[in-house]
Structures are given as structure tokens and as C-alpha cells.
Design a protein around this ligand. Structure first.
Ligand SMILES: Nc1ncnc2c1ncn2[C@@H]1O[C@H](COP(=O)(O)OP(=O)(O)OP(=O)(O)O)[C@@H](O)[C@H]1O
Ligand SMILES: [Mg+2]
Length: 433
């Protein structure tokens, strides 16, 4: 373990996830200083914030050098896929997050599907296409609904679940011919639909060793009862008991162990978060997708459940020296509710004044995402997902009640949130975990 107050940290990103990462760093005895690039208004004060184009890898390395940091935590997916961790390593700077080879599990859905099928890890059957005519022909052979995915990164919007053949054909044309996601749709994946309930499994990985964080559940749709368009995530809670101990055992033996073995076999020394999107189907758990970073908003509910210092774990993963046996978790449950701007998930309106409470309800915290200061210093909205109302409680109902009590004290014009975060679990007849 590094000595106390020895880490000079740079966090890359600007959302709620990165605010939660900053909070974890601030609470750690290992932290000497924290910088964030680009950051948001809620991070100012705790950290120095620096303008940065996260797609510009040389500029990122230059900033890390200039700030003389000795540890970088990469929040979002795009810099990982572009090899920011490789570039930092070449400059002698340790970073948390997989190198480019590992990040392909998220950056290329066709690569991930080939990987899963090659290693016989449970997932939906799928095939990749670079030729729209072949893709359209294949569609006619598949059962409905069918799932059409842009292979590359598409900010969570490149997946279409098509109930009819003509919807599926339209999706193929939009991705491959109209190129609505540019090069991300030049290759597509067509896969069979999996019926079931989803859960997010987040691992902190160091080669063949890993820590599994409690299962969590995200809420992708904008509206109550899972209605309306997809978003980056309207809320999350943990632990999610859709992952019963039996399902968890199967996830470990049928998915996690084979995945880490397969990475090792293929010569990929994965270090960082591996997020496995799981569908709990009647035939058992199956992989929906991999992500190479913490989920946002799942990160916000998971880090506070760690009794062990998350920064210590990230640093150990990055060094390749993780000791999973030592890791401890807190009791209770956590919830985060996303407060979104009017227009979201379309184009959000910006610049609305935000009013926050002076005193927070017990067990709660405000997480900033799309916030900034206007010319006169007022806190205003600056993105689609503006804030997160976080709460920890002894039980899930207590955490949910606390989080909504916090929501009631926050205001900005056009603010909207879901009223049913965690309802699935609250309404489940017998908690099975
Ligand atoms: N084969 C499938 N069967 C059923 N639902 C699916 C399937 N594939 C994807 N989905 C649904 O679509 C969502 C998005 O798919 P996926 O996770 O592959 O895309 P993504 O854009 O990478 O998402 P994220 O932003 O969470 O990383 C999933 O969370 C799931 O709800
Ligand atoms: Mg993904």
C-alpha cells in the first residue's frame, strides 16, 4: 500500500460518477491532492478543475505531467478505448482503467460477442455484419424481437430492440447507410433477444484477481414504469436482490471466472473496472454487454458501500497487486436518483438556476453532474443529467425514503426525475437475497 498522503490524483471526467470518485478520494488517507479534468461545479473546492478535451490523449498526458500527478483515475469509456492508459503508462504514470486491449470489450461490441462465443460464456446468439445487404438478409432468418447494435461506442444510444422486421430493417439502414452514429455503425451486431431482469455486476480487476462489488440495478428509461426513451441512467440502487445467492454463484462460475481466464489466455492483463451487464433469464444469467469502466449512476451507489478504501483498491488494481481477501463492505442499501433537465434525453436546456438545501436529510448527499457557475457565480444547469440525490439507509426502503426527501428540497426549472427508483425490488414479494 502507498504511504498516507502520497497520492497526487487526476480524475478524468465530469459527471456524477467522477464526483463519486472524487468523494472517495477525499475520504482516503492515501490522498495528498486531487485534480479533475474537466470536472463540474460540485467538484470545485475539493479539487482543482482543469479544462481538457478527453479525446485528446497527448493533451491528457501533458496535463497529468504538468500537474505532477502520480495516479490517474479514468472515469468514462472513450479515453480508455483510445488508449489513454497505455499512453500514461508510456509516460511513467500509473492509471486505473484497462489498457486499450482490455477496453475493446466495451469499445467493440462485435469483438466482445466473438470473445463470449469463442469462450462459450453464456450470452445471446449474435452475428456481425459490415455489409448492409447481408445484415438485412440475416434479419429475415431470426425470431422477433431482434436486437440491432452499433459495434462502436454510441453514448448508450446505439442499441435498438426491434419488435418487428421493418423496425429491425430501419435500424440496420440508420446505422449502416445513414450512419447516424458515424463509424460506430460501420460494423453492426445482430443478436437474439433475451427475456429477463437485468443487473449490473461491477468488478475491480487486477489480472486474474478481482473484487466483486454488490450487484446493482440501473434505470435506463426516462419514465416511471420503464417507459419512454433510453437515457444515460435515471437512478440506481444496491444491493440488487434479483441476483440471489444462487444466481450470484452461477455468475461467478459461469461468467466471471471464464471471462477472466479467457482474458488471461488471450494475453490481456486487465486492470480496472469490468462492468458486466447481466440478464437473469429463465435459463440462468447471461451477458448482455461488457463495459470497461464504472457505470454512471451505479458507481455512485457502490463506492459508498465499500468499507475498504476504494482508492486503495483502485491503486492496488493498477499496480497488479490486488488482494481481494481483505475487502469489506458496509451493511445497508444505497440509492441514487437522477435529477434531469427539461428536454433530456433529447437536447437539454441549460442555464437554469439550481436551489439546493442548506441542511441535508440524514444519510444523504448531493452528487453533481451537469452543473456549472454562470457569469455571476450562480449554480446553474449545464447538461442533461444535472444532479444525483444519493442516500444510504439501514434498509432499501429507508434509503429510498431519504433520497426522495432530499429530492423534495432541490429545485430548478424543468427538473424531472423518476418516482419509482428501486420500485422493482421494493415491490418484490419475498426478498430472496
Ligand atoms: N440481447 C438483448 N436482449 C434483450 N435486451 C437487450 C439485449 N441487448 C441489449 N439489450 C437492452 O439494451 C440495453 C443496452 O444494450 P447494451 O448494454 O449492449 O448497450 P450500451 O449502449 O453499451 O449500454 P450502456 O450505455 O449501458 O453501456 C441493455 O441494457 C438491455 O436493456
Ligand atoms: Mg455499454
Amino acid at each position: 500500500m502507498p504511504p498516507p498522503k502520497s497520492l497526487h490524483i487526476l480524475i478524468l471526467g465530469s459527471g456524477g460518477r467522477e464526483h463519486a470518485l472524487l468523494n472517495a478520494c477525499m475520504a482516503s488517507p492515501l490522498t495528498a491532492s486531487v485534480a479533475v479534468a474537466p470536472g463540474n461545479a460540485g467538484m470545485v473546492g475539493a479539487a482543482s478543475c482543469h479544462a481538457l478535451d478527453l479525446d485528446d490523449i497527448p493533451a491528457t498526458v501533458a496535463l497529468a505531467r504538468e500537474l505532477r500527478v502520480n495516479f490517474v483515475i479514468v472515469g468514462p469509456d472513450a479515453p480508455l478505448a483510445s488508449g489513454v492508459v497505455d499512453a500514461l503508462a508510456a509516460a511513467g504514470i500509473l492509471a486505473y482503467g484497462p489498457a486499450r486491449a482490455g477496453a475493446r470489450l466495451e469499445g467493440s461490441k462485435t469483438y466482445a460477442k466473438d470473445f463470449l462465443l469463442r469462450h462459450r460464456i453464456p450470452t445471446a446468439h449474435g452475428e456481425k455484419f459490415a455489409d448492409p445487404a447481408l445484415a438485412l438478409a440475416y434479419l429475415r432468418t431470426r425470431p422477433l424481437p431482434v436486437v440491432v447494435k452499433a459495434s462502436g461506442l454510441a453514448a448508450g444510444k446505439g442499441v435498438i430492440i426491434a419488435p418487428t422486421l421493418s423496425d429491425a430493417e430501419r435500424a440496420v439502414r440508420a446505422l449502416m447507410e445513414e450512419r447516424v452514429f458515424g463509424a460506430s455503425g460501420d460494423e453492426i451486431l445482430i443478436e437474439d433477444f433475451m427475456d429477463g431482469e437485468e443487473a449490473s455486476i461491477m468488478l475491480m480487476v487486477s489480472g486474474r484477481r478481482y473484487v466483486m462489488l454488490p450487484p446493482s440495478q440501473d434505470h435506463k428509461r426516462v419514465g416511471d414504469g420503464d417507459t419512454g426513451p433510453n437515457t444515460g441512467g435515471m437512478g440506481a440502487y444496491a444491493p440488487a436482490n434479483v441476483v440471489t445467492s444462487d444466481v450470484e454463484r452461477r455468475i461467478v462460475s459461469e461468467i466471471i471466472e471464464p471471462t477472466l481466464d479467457a482474458l488471461a489466455t488471450e494475453g490481456i492483463d486487465y486492470r480496472g473496472t469490468l462492468y458486466i451487464g447481466i440478464m437473469v433469464t429463465r435459463d440462468g444469467p447471461k451477458v448482455v454487454e461488457f463495459n470497461a469502466r464504472f457505470g454512471d449512476p451505479e458507481c455512485q451507489v457502490l463506492l459508498p458501500l465499500l468499507e475498504t478504501d476504494p482508492l486503495q483498491l483502485m491503486h492496488a488494481c493498477a499496480r497488479g497487486e490486488l488482494n481481494p481477501g481483505d475487502v469489506r463492505f458496509k451493511n445497508g442499501a444505497t440509492v441514487i436518483i437522477t435529477l434531469a433537465a427539461t428536454g433530456y434525453p433529447g437536447t437539454p436546456r441549460k442555464g437554469d438556476r439550481i436551489v439546493l438545501p442548506e441542511i441535508l436529510p440524514e444519510g444523504t448527499q448531493i452528487i453533481h453532474a451537469g452543473t456549472c457557475r454562470d457569469a455571476t457565480g450562480n449554480l446553474v444547469t449545464n447538461g442533461g443529467r444535472v444532479l444525483g440525490a444519493f442516500a444510504h439507509g439501514a434498509t432499501l426502503p429507508e434509503a429510498v425514503q431519504r433520497a426522495y426527501a432530499l429530492v423534495a428540497q432541490i429545485h430548478f426549472d424543468g427538473m424531472h426525475c423518476r418516482g419509482d427508483i428501486a420500485a422493482r425490488q421494493l415491490n418484490r414479494p419475498v426478498p430472496s437475497r
